[in-house]
Write a protein that binds this ligand. Structure first.
Ligand SMILES: [Zn+2]
Length: 265
């Protein structure tokens, strides 16, 4: 029996904050029956340790899969009474920091793994991969998980790339800011006008060079906010301008007559 207990502690090592009482095989999923430890915990209001049990309640959360199957943990948690007279929180449900976060239906480590998936693949693709990994979530849940991820600290690049992109072609546009040296995405601004970019540049000092398309609006915003910054045109837009100028000069009618020459432009 000792060996089985050891094996359980290895397989479910992420649940070591709990006492595992039983594991049930339910074909499609593995159910772990567990309880919290009988240890005093601090009152969330006054911080006084208490182990006085007022009642018991259950929580069900999904954990990372085992054996390619979903793992569901049914945890018995205590409702504890604060022993400090006058404390506004007379009773409270205990939490298990780092494992069971308040109001969440997944363990912290499963939420972390799913967060990594949706960060790379977002909605539909994230949902499809999660099903393969035996932790299926819907597309909308995948997006909700993505929105819940904390944003990384904003870094101001030396060379800033500015370009527009269509949220809805010919209707809604946005401006994307990147580190032109690494390609890392820095920020996304609403619209593709000058004002949002000017405000961003004024509130995020440190940019020395701005690499942009031929848009007059972006150029004006950069001149107003960073008069000393060097403005350069990125390679793609430079070629685009040269190509359009050449087509104007040669004439579209001539290019159509000679498709081979047009393809080489
Ligand atoms: Zn208290």
């Amino acid at each position: 029996m000792r060996e089985i207990d050891d094996l359980m502690s290895v397989v479910f090592s992420g649940l070591s904050a709990l006492v595992i009482e039983d594991v049930e095989d339910e074909n499609d999923l593995i159910r772990v029956m567990a309880r919290t430890r009988n240890e005093p915990v601090p009152c969330p209001v006054c911080g006084t340790l208490t182990g006085r049990v007022h009642g018991l309640c259950g929580r069900t959360v999904t954990d990372v899969p085992v054996d390619g199957r979903q793992v569901v943990v049914s945890v018995r948690v205590r409702r504890l009474a604060c022993s400090v007279r006058g404390c506004p929180r007379q009773t409270f449900r205990e939490q298990v920091p780092g494992l069971l976060e308040r109001y969440q239906r997944r363990t912290s480590r499963l939420a972390g793994q799913l967060g990594a998936v949706v960060k790379e693949l977002a909605g539909r693709a994230g949902a499809r991969l999660s099903a393969v990994l035996a932790v299926a979530v819907s597309r909308s849940t995948a997006l909700r998980l993505l929105m819940r991820l904390p944003l990384p600290p904003l870094r101001i690049p030396r060379v800033l790339g500015v370009d527009d992109f269509a949220l809805k072609r010919r209707h809604r546009y946005a401006t994307i800011l990147t580190d032109a040296e690494t390609g890392e995405r820095i920020d996304v601004l609403p619209g593709r006008g000058a004002d949002a970019l000017e405000t961003w540049l004024r509130t995020h000092p440190g940019v020395e060079v701005v690499c942009r398309d031929g848009s007059g609006a972006y150029g004006e915003a950069i001149r107003r906010a960073l008069p000393d910054a060097v403005q350069v045109s990125d390679r793609w837009h430079l070629w685009k301008v040269r190509r359009e100028a050449l087509i104007d000069r040669v004439g579209v009618r001539d290019l159509r007559r000679r498709p081979v020459a047009a393809g080489r432009l």
